[in-house]
Structure formats: C-alpha cells, structure tokens
Design a protein around this ligand. Structure first.
Ligand code: SF4
Length: 439
C-alpha cells in the first residue's frame, strides 16, 4: 500500500475569541515557514485546521456540526487530513476522536504550534497532544484586525478558576510574555501602519514579568513606541489597581475604555462563582476610576440564573447595573460547562426563570446604554476611522476613545486617520456625529 501523501496546502477556520485569532495567526506563520501553503478554500486544501472554542456549549456544537459537514470532503479525498486544535481539543483530547472518527489530529492550546511536526511525522510527536507548557509563548504573533488596528497577546492562561469557567482547564496556568517581546510586537505593528493596538490577556491586570507589572508595561510601551492609541482587555476586578488608573489618567494615548466584568451584584453569588471580590470592593474601584478619569466608558459581563441565585440576589445585580450605569454589557444566562466546579452545583434556577431574568436585565441595560450614550451629545471624541458604514455606505464608521461606533459624513476622509467628531445623536448601540473643528 502507498504511504499517505504528506499535505502541502492547508486551510484554517477559527472559532471564538481574539486569543484564538492570535493563535491562528501564529500557527499560519509557523506552517508557512515550514513550507505549507495556505489556501483560501477548504476544497483546495490537503489539511483542514479548525481552531476551536470551548467557552460555551454552543461554540462546541458549531465545531461538531462543521466536522460533520467536512466528512464529505474526506470521503471524496481519503488523503485529506483534519486537525482540531485549541480549546475544544484541549478539553476533549482523545474523546474527540471517539466522537468524530474522521479527525486525524487533536492538539491542545499549548501544542497547536507543533502541528507541522505532527503532520510531517517528526519523532516524538503523536496525533493527540494536550500537555500544558508555555514553551512557545514568545512566538505568538500580533494580529491585525484591520490595516490600522491590531491585537498583541501579553499573557496566556488563567489562574483564577472562577467556578463556571472552562478557560483555566483549556488554556492552562497564567504565563506572561516578556515585556521586550510585547514592546517589539507593538513597534512592528506601528511600523506596518497600525494606529490602535489592543493588549490581550484573560486577566491583563495580573500581568507580571520579572519586576514589570501591568501599569509599568503600559508606561514602557508608551515611552518606547510611537503607538497612537492603546487599549487592553480584560480586567479582573480583584487585580485592577489604583496605579493602573493613575497611569491611564496621565497618558492620553491610553484609550478611555475599561471592560470590567462584574458577573453578579450579590456577594454570596460572587463567592459561589469564585470571583474573589465583593460588590463593595468593585464599587470602590468604579468610584476611583470616575474620580480620576474625566471620561471613561465602562462595559461589563453579567450572568443571571447562577445555581442557587434567588430573586433577591438577582435584584442586587439589577441594582448594581442601575448604580454603575455601564455603557454596554455582555449578558448571559447560566449554562453548565462540563468539567468546571459549578457543573457539580445544583442548576436549580428553572430555564424559563433564567430567560425572564435575562430579558429584564437586557431591557434595563439597553435603556441605560441609551441614556449613557445621550450624555455624549455635544462632546468631541477623537475617533479612528475604520471605513464606510456597512448599513449606510454614505457614512463613515469610526471608533471613539470609549470604544463606541460613531457614524459621520464627510469628504476625503482617510481610513486609518484619527478625527475629532462632535456627537450629535445617540441610541443604545451607536453614536452619530459631525466632523468637529478643534483649535
Ligand atoms: S478570570 Fe475567571 S472568567 Fe476570566 S478566564 Fe479566568 S477563570 Fe475564566
């Protein structure tokens, strides 16, 4: 029998968050440097790569659905190889091959960069690899979201083990990139024309490399690079320090947006979620942020219907939302993630009640977003022009300092430029404005 032909071309599909996009970008660079050629369609490829997400059940169902569809490619071409990499590969390991036997390779979050070795049959590698180890951390590539904005990963993994979250199990222990590596990555992006860089980590506030903390890292990036606009995500309330806010207050190139997940407004529920802060601590940081920064957009994540959450405890979340007045929020009803600590809790809030709680919360947040956005009327926001609006192509679309979309009209506007826009109208999701004159 002829040995199977080694793949020469590959196609990659990425599911999930910016972290996965960053990993895919690095994997593409690694594969290409090893002589594999990336092709734009699955039909042209000898190797199909799915970089997967495990955060929600739906995300995994989408991957399983896609793998089912790919079976027809494999039937047509038995030489075709299929690799599942990333979070779902990490979580399921060999069970994935039991579930979907036409998958050839399963490589977890710290092993996906070894895919070329596995495909080439390098000694010591196998088809299922899920061991943790951050040997490749400083090879992670920055990724361009558009020609003028991009992401740089500053840390991988998470040590927090919130009881509902699968991330620490699929991404491993937290590990920070070398500060010089991060600074070089930002410099390279700026050299390529990027105006706005977002630093990524599951919990950027616990970044530490040697004696460099996250606020110090931000200062160094601002000092050593000419990046015009710098953002970061995500901030864990237990680790966000006053020093960080002080650095933001002193550095206008740090954009005025903090994504600051609260999850619940009730201390008992927060403790059961393993969040390690109280609502009082959270509020004290919000007060400090608002005292030090003239303008800031605050966004959050919220979960309703967590196991044992009572109606009164849920009302505490609504009260917190009313008091804090977030600019926007990602809101979810709790669902079990197998493998997490909370999966062993009694999921006792009935589904219709979860739906009811979520709907009320969404209604409240939309009303709040509308109010908060209207407070921007008459203000001038320096905004990065991203292109034409998809829905109204006669208007330009830009991103404000607070990470909001603003639509405006104008002639000869250069995409990638930063322009002052006076806000003239606002709804819950979008701002509208006109080009402003600034002396
Ligand atoms: S901080 Fe909590 S919610 Fe965020 S990634 Fe880590 S474990 Fe998950």
């Amino acid at each position: 029998m002829m040995p199977p032909r080694k793949p020469e071309t590959f196609h990659i599909t990425t599911f999930g968050c910016q972290m996965n996009l960053a990993d895919s970008s690095t994997l593409v660079a690694t594969m290409t440097s090893r002589g594999f050629r990336r092709v734009p369609t699955e039909a042209e490829a000898d190797l199909l790569i799915l970089n997967t997400c495990s955060v929600r059940e739906k995300a995994e169902e989408r991957v399983i659905g896609r793998l089912g569809e790919l079976y027809r490619f494999k039937k047509r071409n038995p030489q075709l190889r299929i690799a599942v990499v990333g979070c779902m590969a990490q979580r399921l390991g060999d069970r994935l091959i039991e579930m979907v036997p036409h998958v050839d390779y399963v490589l977890g979050t710290d092993r996906l960069f070894q895919l070329p070795d596995v495909v080439e049959g390098v000694e010591g590698t196998s088809a299922i690899m899920t061991a943790f180890g951050h040997e490749n951390i400083d090879s992670i590539q920055p990724i361009k979201e558009t020609p003028h904005s991009g992401f740089v990963t500053i840390s991988r993994g998470c040590d927090n083990y919130c009881t509902y979250c699968i991330v620490p199990y699929v991404r491993g222990r937290e590990c920070s990139h070398d500060a010089d590596f991060v600074i070089d990555a930002v410099k390279r992006m700026v050299d390529e024309g990027v105006v706005e860089v977002t630093l990524l980590g599951q919990n950027v506030n616990s970044y530490r490399h040697g004696d460099i903390s996250f606020p110090r890292l931000l200062q160094r990036i601002c000092y050593k690079t000419s990046v015009k606009r710098l953002r970061f995500m995500t901030s864990h309330p237990k680790d966000l320090s006053r020093e960080l806010i002080d650095v933001m207050a002193s550095e206008p190139r740090l954009m005025r947006h903090i994504h600051f997940p609260l999850q619940s407004g009730n201390n008992r529920v927060l403790a059961k979620m393993g969040r390690d802060y109280t609502i009082e601590h959270y509020m004290s940081i919000v007060d400090y942020i608002r005292m030090k920064l003239d303008y800031v957009s605050l966004t959050t994540d919220l979960i309703v219907g967590f196991p044992s959450e009572t109606v009164e405890e849920y009302e505490d979340t609504l009260s917190a939302v009313r008091r804090i007045q977030y600019d926007s929020a990602f809101m979810f009803r709790y669902s079990i993630r197998p493998g997490t600590e909370a999966a062993a809790f009694d999921d006792d809030v009935p589904e219709p009640e979860k739906i009811r709680r979520l709907k009320r919360l969404i209604d409240l947040q939309q009303e709040t977003s509308r109010k908060v956005n209207r407070r921007e009327l008459g203000e001038v926001r320096f905004s990065l022009v991203e292109g034409r609006s998809r829905r109204s192509p006669d208007l330009f679309r830009a991103r404000t300092e607070g990470n909001k979309t603003v639509l405006f009209s104008g002639d000869e506007i250069e995409v990638g430029s930063v322009v002052p826009i006076e806000v003239t109208a606002a709804d819950a999701f979008t701002l509208h404005g006109i080009l402003a004159r600034v002396n």
